[in-house]
Ligand binder design. Structure first.
Ligand SMILES: Cc1cc2nc3c(=O)[nH]c(=O)nc-3n(C[C@H](O)[C@H](O)[C@H](O)COP(=O)(O)O)c2cc1C
Length: 329
């Protein structure tokens, strides 16, 4: 059994947290991960209205009595506004969810300091996903409870500082007093053990959870992740100031070609739209939309249940930590 400040803070069995996944981090997967002893995630951006968002929290609570977290992504978006962010925060405080993963702008800037106080009063733990020491220091200063240190390997939107997980984790561990969780490049027990050895108190992963029985994507997507290699993701979106890491495919190559020619948002947005991505996950066409995944796909070799995945990772991490211990002469 691995005990860290994260397992203690939330009373969970494994220091393994699911990251935000637009379209995919929804109640059935969230509850499966929490029931397996990790920390599930509901990504608030999936819900346009307060009713839908509350319904998702209630649905998850019917499926699990274990803690889970909510992600609030405060990045530039056509669909999700500041009013949505305020609504998400108020509902999380009212529903007293276990914790919030914020990405993009920190909450004091996205919605205001008063909402950080509201969440703290409700007992909701606050974590910010950052890609730099300076952003970690800011989050600690305004009262966050922990940091997700996300390296350039991660799927989604890594910070354009482009620092890898291996460097970012110890840098942030050395810079803040609150617990740090490693994000990016994590998919098995060895990478969990490595993160703990770098000073982290847990890991967050997202791509690995797509290739599980409970993730509601088409089976062809899961097969694709098992078959693809660690070098088959790429960064795109740099020219519009919002870089993303996705599976290398036809549409991402088209996007990169448009960016290289100096094409603007009006050409790019139709290729990157949320509906296109949602349809691709559901229908299993791996070429028609940017599918955000990290380099961690190189470590995915099977499609287990969440319970089997976490059990295997926990055992492998313990074996790895013991092996390191036994190396001491
Ligand atoms: C399909 C997918 C969708 C994602 N959507 C979001 C999102 O909406 N907001 C966010 O902050 N991060 C998002 N991320 C990033 C993850 O939360 C996490 O930081 C990252 O994927 C970790 O790297 P890994 O996938 O290699 O484990 C997404 C990741 C994936 C794989």
């Amino acid at each position: 059994m691995i005990k860290t400040e994260i397992t203690e803070m939330f009373g969970i069995e494994y220091p393994i947290i699911c990251g935000a996944m637009m379209w995919l981090s929804i109640p059935p997967l969230c509850a499966a991960i929490s029931n397996a002893g990790g920390m599930g995630n509901i990504t608030a951006g999936n819900y346009d209205t307060e009713e839908e968002f509350r319904a998702a929290i209630n649905e998850t609570r019917k499926l699990t009595d274990k803690p889970f977290m909510v992600n609030i992504t405060a990045l530039p978006s056509i669909r999700i506004s500041k009013e949505h962010h305020v609504m998400y925060v108020k509902v999380c405080a009212d529903e007293q969810v276990a914790g919030i993963e914020v990405s993009g702008a920190p909450l004091d800037r996205a919605v205001g300091m008063e909402y950080i106080e509201m969440l703290k009063k409700a007992g909701v733990k606050l974590f910010h996903k950052v890609g730099s020491v300076r952003h970690a220091l800011h989050a600690e200063k305004v009262g966050y409870d922990g940091i997700y240190a996300a390296g350039i390997e991660e799927g989604g939107h890594p910070l354009n500082d482009d620092v890898s997980t291996m460097i970012l984790t110890p840098k942030i561990v050395d810079s803040v007093k609150i617990p740090v969780v490693t994000v990016g490049g994590i998919a098995d027990g060895r990478s969990l053990a490595a993160a703990l050895n770098l000073g982290a108190h847990g890991v967050m992963m997202a791509s690995r959870f797509i290739a599980t029985k409970e993730c509601l994507v088409h089976d062809k997507i899961k097969e694709e992740l098992v078959n693809r290699k660690e070098f088959e993701t790429t960064i795109f979106g740099r020219s519009i100031g919002l870089q993303g890491r996705a599976l290398m495919n036809d549409i991402v190559q088209e996007i990169i070609a448009i960016e290289e020619k100096g094409g603007g948002l009006e050409e790019l947005i139709p290729l990157m739209g949320g509906d296109r991505i949602k349809k691709a996950w559901e229908e299993g066409d791996v070429q028609v939309a940017p599918l955000m995944v990290g380099q961690s796909i190189g470590l995915i070799h099977d499609v287990p249940t969440c319970a089997d995945l976490l059990k295997t990772m926990g055992r492998e991490a313990e074996e790895t930590l013991n092996r390191s211990h036994n190396m001491i002469g």
